[in-house]
Design a protein around this ligand. Sequence first.
Ligand code: CA
Length: 222
Amino acid sequence: MRILVVEDEVKIAKFIKRGLKEEGYAVDISADGEDGHFLVTTNEYDLIILDLMLPKLDGLSLCRKLRNEKIKVPILMLSAKGTVKDKVNGLDSGAEDYLAKPFAFEELLARVRVLLRNKDVRVPTQLQAGDLVMDLLNHKVTRADKKIHLTVKEYMLLEYLIHNAGTIVTRTMISEHVWDIHFDTFTNVIDVYINYLRNKIDTGFEHKMILTVRGKGYMLQK
Ligand code: CA
């Protein structure tokens, strides 16, 4: 497990690094937000420990920037400010956890362990049903190794169906997960999109994956 510590206070950064290394983690240190961003985008980290007050780019902005860029590495935010508001700001910016300075190393370690444990059961990078494969990192879909080009909406719809492969999903369920809150379930938009998907996924294949379950909804069968 590799951890990035973005902290400009040398003493604290070294203290964290030493302690984590003793626990068997690989640790990199960055002393400002811009450099931290560069490291995150050029390396694979399992966790980021991010200080709030940083030169060049502060912790909150860096956290938001990473989340906007769809970088999902868990973030534990550190700050000398320990008010509820600071904590909420940190979590709102996309951090998973927040720890106020000064902290006991044991507590930091416990939180690191929790975040790394959660990471193991995080969203998979690939979904598969039979010979249909969705690469969630690169947004690529293939069936029997044949590339399938989907629009964003079709992709979202397929992702929902494949998540629920083997079970019937109703139009209401689909609308709640794939369309936004203002979507009118009584329109036939869902059926139209199911047909688009069907044309792209099932055409040319003997085994049809997208089934219509009369009076109920749809099902993706493996
Ligand atoms: Ca700082």
